[in-house]
Write a protein of this length. Structure first.
Length: 481
């Protein structure tokens, strides 16, 4: 059970707070996971008071009747502080509000500052947290009572990420900083370590002797929606490739950790990202494709001449002894035909050695890890079709979380919030991990800027991106699955 705490959400009226943080907090409350005494404070520009703020959130949440009952109780613990990020007044009022909570409890309670704003506000907010000494907690200079959760993307390139990191560490100790990438907390991503290293049968074939290539698809049906202000100028490379997709690559390519300790786990993740071969500026046409969906420029808050990408496909290599020479084809896009996040390990096809004339399928063994939806794992194997003549086909052996466990596991944000409360940083980014990922991404960004050949391609809605994304893989004699 957690001791009393207050969580201050900056950007409390934004997409992330509404779609992820409040639903997760409400579920944790329902499960009795938040402890006896806690306060949630929304900090944002709009001139709400506590009541109109909780009403506003309630209206956005689409709660069932049962959830609504719980919300009525939960919302008594929700407060609002109106403030402009760039002005000191709001922060000063927050000082008084938090002091009031400490007084009510009769102790210095844990303060968690959650930065859920667009990243260009981070520096300003951090400066004011420091200036007003909010960062120090009520026990002045005590790093015991204060934590900071900060959402990706951290910065917009390597340089700004390093500057942000410097600022963070000048205000907070490393153990207070929780750099959020919610993909790390997805049940299916966490299971990768167990699946790979607890099952002795996969480890011997998990390398370049047996694996032909790896494909990762991250696809969303929705477009940019109401997030135009955040998304335009940021783009999908920074929004998901720099973080979520890097973590999926690392779950496939990591070495066995020495232990499940926080640092051992973070080290094996960081090692993979460090080993991703950089795409040099003059190679971007060969290894990257960027696209923008039709009508993107007419979306709310998007510049009518925007060059922001909503689709990216990459071919990359992880230069470790295990994966040397194995291409990773990774694509991510909005306005795709369906919602799916999937990793496929395509094994080298050996069927033709004996069965050439009996219809060897073009692609044989594929291990597919479905991150979402329909969370599960399937293995495609070649089988003899039941008939007199010898003829081969493929069949799938499947495992579904829902069928096996009756649940797909805890929502990622619930898991992350619990970890922040308990101080467990294993599923949060370390700064060397981020620096490596930004090094890779920044080279691509620079290459795109310099190289007119790599221009952004349009694609129709509900398609799998521009045709160049198919060419990226087909020129190697392979296909997207
Ligand atoms: C966020 C991205 O980090 O992840 C969004 O900013 C994206 O663009 C979202 O829609 C997807 O999260 P999930 O958990 O729904 O896959």
């Amino acid at each position: 059970m957690f001791s009393p705490f207050v969580m201050i959400i900056f950007g409390a009226t934004g997409d992330l707070a509404i779609n992820k943080l409040f639903p997760a907090l409400l579920s944790l409350y329902k499960q009795g996971n938040l402890g006896k005494k806690f306060y949630i404070v929304g900090f944002a520009r709009r001139p709400f008071d506590d009541n109109s703020f909780t009403e506003f959130i309630e209206n956005q949440l689409n709660l069932s009747k049962e959830e609504n009952k719980i919300w009525q109780d939960f919302s008594k613990k929700v407060y609002y502080q109106s403030g402009t990020f760039e002005k000191e007044n709001g922060y000063k009022d927050l000082v008084d509000m938090l002091a009031g909570f400490d007084k009510e409890v009769g102790a210095c309670i844990t303060r968690i500052f959650y930065l859920a704003t667009p990243p260009d506000n981070y520096n300003t907010i951090l400066d004011f947290l420091s200036k007003t000494k909010l960062s120090e907690g009520c026990g002045q200079k005590s790093d015991k009572w204060t934590k900071l959760a900060i959402e990706k993307p951290f910065g917009k390139d390597l340089e700004s990420a390093q500057d942000l990191d410097k600022k963070l560490s000048s205000i907070f100790a490393e153990k207070q900083i929780f750099r959020v990438d919610h993909y790390l907390a997805k049940e299916t991503v966490q299971n990768m370590v167990a699946f790979r290293f607890a099952n002795g049968i996969f480890e011997p074939v998990w390398n370049n002797k047996y694996i032909d290539h790896v494909q990762i698809t991250w696809a969303e049906k929705k477009g940019v929606g109401n997030r135009g202000k955040f998304f335009d100028g940021v783009g999908l490379l920074r929004d998901v490739m720099q973080n979520h997709l890097m973590q999926l690559i690392s779950s496939v390519a990591m070495e066995q950790p020495k232990s499940f300790s926080r640092e051992d786990m973070r080290t094996v993740r960081a090692d993979v990202i460090k080993s991703i071969r950089c795409v040099e500026e003059d190679e971007v046409c060969k290894f990257t494709v960027r696209g923008q969906y039709a009508g993107f420029r007419n979306e709310k808050d998007i510049d009518s001449a925007s060059k922001t990408e909503t689709f990216v496909a990459l071919k990359l290599f992880v230069d470790t002894p295990r994966f040397k020479g194995v291409p990773f084809y990774v694509r991510a896009g909005k306005k795709m035909p369906k919602d799916v996040v999937e990793i496929s390990i395509v094994f080298i096809q050996t069927c033709h050695i004996l069965f050439k004339e009996f219809g060897c399928p073009e692609i044989g063994n594929v291990l597919t890890i479905r991150i979402q939806p329909d969370e599960g794992i399937s293995l495609r194997v070649i089988a003899k079709k039941p008939s007199g003549k010898l003829s081969l086909g493929t069949v799938n052996m499947k495992f579904s979380y829902q069928e096996e466990f009756g649940t797909k596991g805890k929502d990622a944000y619930q898991k992350l919030l619990l970890d922040v409360l308990s101080g467990d940083q294993m599923l949060f980014n370390r700064s060397d991990e981020l620096a490596s990922s930004w090094t890779f991404i920044t080279k691509i960004l620079k290459g795109w800027e310099k190289n007119s050949e790599s221009r952004i391609r349009n694609y129709e809605l509900e398609t799998w991106g521009p045709k160049e994304a198919n060419e990226l893989i087909e020129k190697d004699g392979r296909k997207w699955l």
